[in-house]
Design a protein around this ligand. Structure first.
Ligand code: ATP
Ligand code: MG
Length: 472
C-alpha cells in the first residue's frame, strides 16, 4: 500500500555530526550486532528541518530483551508497551523501541460510524514499514538508517515537510478516534512548526473533537502543559480554541479567553501572559507547572470574582478566597491534577491578592516570603502585572524583597512529576486566617476525586496508558 522512498545521504541534510553521540553509539552497536537500527520520530523530523531535537529515539528489530543483552546500562520498562532505556552519564536516556504494528481496535465487530476504535493495547512487534504506518503524522514517520545514512520515507513525510503540512498517516477520522490526543498534537505541531493542517485533518478534527473526552485525563493535562513549558503556548492555545478542542477540554477557560469569547481585560491579559511565557522560554527562562496552571486558572478566578456583587478589586484576596473552591476544584478534578498541585495553585492565587494588597514593609506580609508557594504567586503577579499593566509597583517591590533575601525568582521543579511539596500537604490552620487559605480537600472533594479515579480505572482496566479512556 505504501511506497518506500529512499533519500540517499547526498540528498538530505542529516549529518552524524548533529546526532547525539550516545544515540550514535546505540545505533552502531545494534547495527554491528546484525539488527536494523534507525533514528525515528521527532528527531528525524527536527534534523530534516535543521532544528535541534529534544531527544533521539531509536527503532530496531531487536526485541527489548535482546537490546538489554547488548547494553549493560539498560533497563526494559513498561508492561504493555515494552521499551528499552539505555542509560548514559548525566541521566541521559536513549529510548530504544522495537518496531511495532498498528494495533487492532478492541471491538472490531462494531463497524460503521459508532465503532469503538479506541486503542487499548499496542505491543505487537512488526516490520519497519508497519512501524512507520502506526505513527501519528507523516512528518513523524520518517527513519534515518545508520546502515546507509539514508532517510527512509514510507509515509510521504518528506513531501509534507517540504510543503509544511501536518497530515495524519491514513484516514484522519479513524486515527483521531483511535487516539483523540492526536487532535491536540496536530494543533501543537502546526503551531510549533508553523505548518498548515491538511484540509481533511481539519475537517476530521472538527467532526471528532468531542472524542477528546474519552482520553485519559492525565495525558490530556500533560498535553495542555507541554506547549506552555516548551515555548509555543500562545500559538497552540489559539489553534485549540479555534478548532473547538479547548471548549471540550477546558470549557471554563475557553468561555473566558477563547477566540469566541467577548473581549475583556482578563482575556487580553491571558494571551499577553502566555506570549510572555513563550518569549521568556525562548530567552532560556522557564516556569514551574504551578505557575503555568495558575495562568490557566486566573481568568476563571477573575470571572467568578466579577460575578459577585460589591467587588472592588479583582484580586481582593478575601473575594478570591470565596471563589477559589468553586472555580478551581471542578476543572482540576476533571483534569486529574494531583491534590498537591491543586492546593499549590489555589494557595498561589490567593497569595497573589495578598501581594497586591500588602507592601513588603508590613511585618505580617513579610512572612509570606518564607512560604513554599511565594515564588509561584510572585511569578504569577509579575506575569500579570506586565500583561495587564497594573500592580507593577507591587511586583517590583516583592521581587526586590526576594532579591535582597539572596534569591532569584526561580521556576520550581516539575510538580506533577515529582514529590508533592510538603507545604501543600500540611493542613494550614492559622488563627489569623489571613496568611493561608484553608487546608485542601474536605471529605467532599476527596470523595469526588475518588469517584473520578475509580471511573478512570474502570475504563482503563485492560488498557494501555497511551490510549486508555477515562477523562469523564
Ligand atoms: P517532541 O519533539 O515533542 O518530542 P516527537 O515527535 O518526538 O516530538 P513524542 O511525543 O516524543 O513526539 O513521540 C515520539 C514519536 O512517537 C512521534 O514522532 C510519533 O512518531 C510517535 N507518536 C507519539 N505519539 C503518538 C500517538 N499518539 N499516536 C501515534 N504515534 C505517536
Ligand atoms: Mg520526542
Amino acid at each position: 500500500m505504501s511506497e518506500l522512498r529512499i533519500i540517499p545521504r547526498a540528498e538530505h541534510p542529516i549529518s552524524r555530526g548533529y546526532i547525539d553521540p550516545d544515540a550514535l553509539k546505540v545505533l552502531y552497536r545494534l547495527h554491528r550486532s546484525g539488527f536494523k537500527a534507525f533514528l525515528v520520530g521527532g528527531s528525524v523530523r527536527d534534523l530534516m528541518m535543521g532544528r535541534t531535537p529534544k531527544d533521539f529515539d531509536v527503532g530496531t528489530n531487536a526485541h527489548p530483551n535482546e537490546v538489554r543483552r547488548l547494553f549493560r546500562n539498560c533497563r526494559v520498562i513498561g508492561r504493555r508497551f515494552r521499551l528499552a532505556h539505555v542509560l548514559f552519564d548525566g541521566g541521559k536516556v536513549i529510548e530504544v523501541s522495537t518496531f511495532r504494528t498498528r494495533p487492532e481496535p478492541e471491538d472490531p465487530e462494531g463497524a460503521g460510524e459508532a465503532a469503538d476504535l479506541l486503542i487499548r493495547s499496542d505491543n505487537t512487534f512488526g516490520t519497519p514499514e508497519e512501524d512507520a504506518l502506526r505513527r501519528d503524522f507523516t512528518i513523524n514517520g520518517l527513519f534515518y538508517d545508520i546502515a546507509t545514512f539514508a532517510v527512509l520515507d514510507y509515509v510521504g513525510g518528506v513531501a509534507d515537510l517540504e510543503q509544511r503540512v501536518v497530515r495524519t498517516i491514513g484516514d484522519p477520522a479513524i486515527r483521531f478516534r483511535e487516539d483523540p490526543v492526536r487532535m491536540m498534537r496536530a494543533c501543537e505541531f502546526a503551531a510549533r512548526l508553523d505548518f498548515q493542517m491538511a484540509p481533511r485533518l481539519r475537517a476530521a478534527l472538527e467532526e471528532n473533537r468531542r472524542e477528546i473526552r474519552r482520553s485519559a485525563a492525565p495525558r490530556v493535562t500533560e498535553e495542555l502543559l507541554d506547549p506552555l513549558r516548551r515555548g509555543w503556548g500562545a500559538a497552540t492555545y489559539r489553534l485549540w480554541s479555534e478548532s473547538g478542542l479547548l471548549a471540550e477540554i477546558f470549557h471554563e477557560l475557553d468561555r473566558e479567553v477563547g477566540i469566541r469569547a467577548p473581549a475583556s481585560p482578563a482575556r487580553t491579559a491571558f494571551w499577553r501572559m502566555i506570549e510572555d511565557i513563550d518569549r521568556r522560554k525562548a530567552a532560556g527562562e522557564g516556569f514551574s507547572d504551578p505557575v503555568l496552571l495558575g495562568v490557566l486558572f486566573l481568568p476563571l478566578v477573575f470571572a467568578a470574582v466579577r460575578a459577585r456583587p460589591g467587588t472592588t478589586s479583582r484580586l481582593d484576596p478575601s473575594r478570591v478566597l470565596l471563589v477559589l473552591e468553586e472555580t478551581v476544584n471542578p476543572a482540576a478534578v476533571r483534569l486529574s491534577l494531583p491534590n498537591a498541585a491543586i492546593h499549590e495553585v489555589k494557595q498561589a492565587l490567593f497569595t497573589l491578592g495578598r501581594l497586591v494588597e500588602t507592601r513588603p514593609g508590613d511585618p505580617l506580609a513579610r512572612r509570606l516570603v518564607t512560604k513554599g508557594y511565594f515564588t509561584t504567586a510572585l511569578a504569577l503577579l509579575s506575569l500579570y502585572a506586565s500583561a495587564a499593566e497594573r500592580y507593577r509597583d507591587a511586583a517590583a517591590a516583592w521581587e526586590d524583597v526576594l532579591a535582597r533575601a539572596g534569591h532569584r525568582l526561580r521556576p520550581g521543579h516539575d510538580l506533577l512529576a515529582s514529590v508533592p511539596f510538603p507545604e501543600a500537604l500540611v493542613p494550614l490552620r492559622q488563627p489569623s486566617g489571613r496568611d493561608e487559605i484553608p487546608a485542601a480537600p474536605d471529605g467532599d472533594e476527596k470523595a469526588r476525586r475518588k469517584g473520578a479515579r475509580r471511573g478512570g480505572r474502570r475504563r482503563r482496566r485492560g488498557g494501555e496508558k497511551r490510549t486508555a479512556g477515562g477523562a469523564g
